[in-house]
Design a protein around this ligand. Structure first.
Ligand SMILES: Cc1cc2nc3c(=O)[nH]c(=O)nc-3n(C[C@H](O)[C@H](O)[C@H](O)COP(=O)(O)OP(=O)(O)OC[C@H]3O[C@@H](n4cnc5c(N)ncnc54)[C@H](O)[C@@H]3O)c2cc1C
Length: 390
């Protein structure tokens, strides 16, 4: 049964994509944003899209399917927004991580499921491809199936697409939450607007990023397993590399036994310069809910950049920004599907580091599930209280 209307909370890549998918199926849509449109972490992303090495878990499979969808999505958004490019470019990636350079052949064997061409790039070729790199190089690995997109342009294109498809977009509403009134669950805004009670006829999709849990806190026991994790990036006045370059920089001030904090990416930026980011971000529990970039985050990125560009790179920093990424605090990817114990309420959140890649496809899945056309794999459901792990 098709719902009579759909309400979406949040205007990041996920909320906009839910609104778009619903409009493509003819459902009347109202998208409600607490702040201005695109106020969350989506425009702060660095826009890297990577096919995973294999698809041996539902989350890796989702990432693969999302990867396969992106070229068509970029084309459709171009048409729906009447000519706005989202900067999708299949630029490929160079893997310069220490482990890869030690044994490139073994690294290639591990990439058996990535889909495109993978090959060893001999040191001489690498040096001529990356003349700006000052550190000693060896053989590396080229991975064809890596791409970039411009997250700022993506938000603009999604906004135009939703408007042109007839979605009603409302911003500046203040926080919108669910509360109980006379035994019913109702949606409340800080401003005085009329909102549907969520139901099977009028479903609500919560796509409010890391704040999604606050929406349901007042109407049920237990919190959604979500936390904000800051991600930071810098812009460098260095010409864009031809490929996304991934490398390690072990920094004495940022110990990380798991190795994640030492992995950095040098990314071709949409304006032809370079972006530089880290896949994890600096730990800063004191300001965990503050989306502002931090001095510690910047020093960390500059120190890592110095290891490949040399000591003068600090003077080439042209921008520094941050965003709070919605991380699901259980393993296995985003939180998708019905919110337990609240009728007519669905969630699409917890996309953490891969929301630009997977957000559009997860939005389609949620809309198809609302229409009864798809079952979302149970790995993405809200876990029972006993299943939670960090
Ligand atoms: C530095 C950085 C680099 C990144 N790089 C990449 C990358 O290379 N590739 C990739 O795939 N991903 C990347 N990401 C992750 C990606 O940006 C996120 O996963 C994604 O943007 C999350 O989108 P979202 O729509 O869930 O949330 P958001 O974009 O945060 O949107 C949530 C929206 O909900 C609104 N809201 C909150 N509460 C309410 C409420 N109660 N009512 C109404 N509205 C509400 C907020 O104001 C906000 O506009 C990166 C993130 C950062 C910060």
């Amino acid at each position: 049964m098709s719902p009579e209307s759909l309400t979406v909370l949040g205007s990041g890549v996920v909320g906009f994509s839910v609104a778009r998918e619903a409009r493509l199926r003819g459902i009347p849509v109202q998208l409600l944003e607490a702040r201005e449109l695109g106020a969350g972490c989506t425009p702060s992303a660095t826009g890297v899209l990577k096919a995973p090495e294999h698809r041996r878990s539902p989350y890796l499979d989702l990432r693969h399917l999302s990867w396969e969808d992106w070229p068509l999505l970029a084309k459709s958004l171009y048409e729906e927004s009447e000519g706005l490019e989202v900067g999708f470019s299949l630029c490929g990636g160079l893997d310069l991580r220490d482990r890869t350079m030690k044994d490139p052949q073994q690294a290639i064997e591990k990439l058996y499921g990535s889909g495109g061409t993978v090959r060893v790039v001999p040191e001489a070729e690498l040096k001529s491809t990356l003349p700006r790199v000052r550190r000693p190089l060896g053989d590396a690995v080229f991975i064809e199936h890596q791409a970039v997109v411009d997250p700022g342009a993506l938000i603009k294109a999604l906004t135009l697409s939703c408007q042109n498809l007839g979605a009603q977009l409302r911003s500046g509403l203040g926080s919108i939450t669910l509360c109980s009134e006379d035994g019913k669950v109702v949606l409340k805004s800080e401003t005085d607007i009329k909102l549907h009670e969520p139901s099977e006829k009028h479903p609500l999709v919560i796509a409010a990023g890391w704040e999604s849990g606050f929406v349901v806190d007042g109407v049920r026991e237990g919190q959604l397993p979500l936390e904000p994790v800051r991600g930071e990036a810098i812009a460098l006045d260095i010409p864009a590399p031809p490929h996304i370059v991934t490398f390690d920089a072990l920094l004495p001030d940022h110990p990380d036994p798991a190795g994640n904090r030492s992995r950095f990416s040098w990314i071709p930026a949409p304006d032809g310069s370079s972006w530089f980011g880290n896949s994890v971000g600096a730990k800063d529990s004191t300001n965990a809910r503050d989306p502002q970039p931090t001095q510690a985050g910047k020093s960390h990125l500059v120190a890592a950049a110095e290891t490949i560009f040399g000591d003068d790179v600090g003077s080439l920093v042209r921008g520094h920004w941050a965003g709070l990424r919605p991380k699901a605090t259980r393993h296995g990817g985003p939180l998708l599907g019905r919110v337990k114990d609240v009728d007519g309420v669905w969630m699409a959140t917890g996309h953490y580091r891969t929301g630009i890649l997977i957000g559009p496809l997860t939005a389609r899945w949620v809309v198809e599930a609302i229409l009864g056309e798809r079952e979302i794999p149970e790995n993405f459901e809200e876990p029972s209280a006993g299943d939670l792990s960090h």
